[in-house]
Write a protein that binds this ligand. Sequence first.
Ligand code: NAD
Length: 354
Amino acid sequence: MIRVGINGYGTIGKRVADAVRAQPDMEVVGVAKTRPNFEAQSAVDKGFDLYAAIEERKPRFAEAGIDLAGDVEELVEASDIVVDACPSGIGADNAGMYREYDTPALLQGGEDAEVVDSSFNARSNFDTVEGDDLVRVVSCNTTGLSRLIAPLQEEYGIEKVRTTLVRRGGDPAQSDRGPINDILPNPVSLPSHHGPDVNTIFPELRIDTLGLKVPATLMHMHSVNVTLESEPSAAGVRDLLESEPRMFVIPEWLGLDGAGAIKELAQDAGRPRADIWENCIWGESISVESGSSSIRADGEVVSDLYLFQAIHQESDVVPENVDAIRAVLGEADQAESITTTDGAIGLDEPLVRR
Ligand code: NAD
C-alpha cells in the first residue's frame, strides 16, 4: 500500500483524502490542519488521524477537544508521498520540509510552475514525472483545458487555441470572495495566466487565453476555439470526446442549460459533495467551421472548432492527484492508473446511464 499524507485539509485536500482512501493500493496516513474547525472535526469523524500543521496552535485543538496524532513533520516522515493542498504559496513554503524528509510531494495549481520539478495532467503527460521530488497538479482550469487539448492534438493536430475563461468568483463556502454584482475582466491584461500554464503541459502549443470573473460559485465556463490542422466533422469530434475518460458530453435532451442544472444532476446521481470530476461539454455546442476560406496559402486545410465546457473547480483535479501519486512513484502506467482511480471513486459510473 502507498502511504499518503495530506497536508492542508480544505476544499481540495478533503476530497483528495477521500479519493485516496477509496483506492485499492493506497492508504491515508493522516491529514494536517492548522486549526480546529468543522473540517478538522469532519476529518476526525471520518477516522483520519489529524496532525498539527503549526506547532504553536496545538493547544487550540486540545481546547476544542480534538485529539492530535502528532506534528506535520511526523506525517511527512511516515508518508511515501504527501499531497500538499494548502492555500496558494504555502505549498512552496512547505517544499523545504518535504526535501528535508526526502518525501516526494504533490503541490497544487495555485503554486508557481518554477517552484516544482514538473507539472502534471494524467491524460497529457503521465509518463514524464516518475521520480520527481516536487510535482504540481495543474489548476482546475488548466486540467480542464489539457484534457480537451490532448485528444484533439493527437487526432487532428492543433494550429492554435483561443479560450475565454468565465471563472466563478469563489467556491461556495468562500464568503469573502467576489464580485458580488459585477463582471470583471480578470486579469484585464492579456493573456491571462492560463495560457502559459497550459504551456507547462504542452510546451509547443500556441494558446491565447482571456479571463473573466463573475458572481457565481458553482463552476467555471470555458468558451473554446481551437484551430485544427485538419477538417473533421462536428460529429467526428463529438465521437472522439465521448470516447475520452473524464469527459461528459452533454446530450441535448437532458436539458442541462447551465452549471446549476449540472450540479443538480450530480446531486441526483448521488455524487459525493455533488462533485463533477469530468469536463462537461455541451454536445450541441461542438461546431466545426470550415470551407474554402480555411485553405491556407500553402494549401494546408484548417478548420475552427468551437465548444462550451463547464469545469467543476472543486473536484476535477481530485482524480489527477490520485494518478499523480502513482505516476511519481512509478506504481502504474497511465491507463492502469486512470482505470483504477476512476473505478475506485465511481467516476466510471456515468452521470447519465445511457
Ligand atoms: P482551501 O483554503 O479550501 O484549503 C486549504 C487548507 O489548508 C485550509 O484548510 C487551510 O486552513 C489549510 N492551511 C493553511 N495553511 C496551512 C499550512 N501551513 N499547513 C497545513 N494546512 C494549511 O484551499 P483550496 O481551495 O483547497 O486550494 C488549495 C490549493 O489547490 C491551492 O493551490 C489552490 O490554488 C488549488 N486549487 C484550488 C481549487 C479550487 O477551486 N478550490 C481548484 C484547483 C486547485
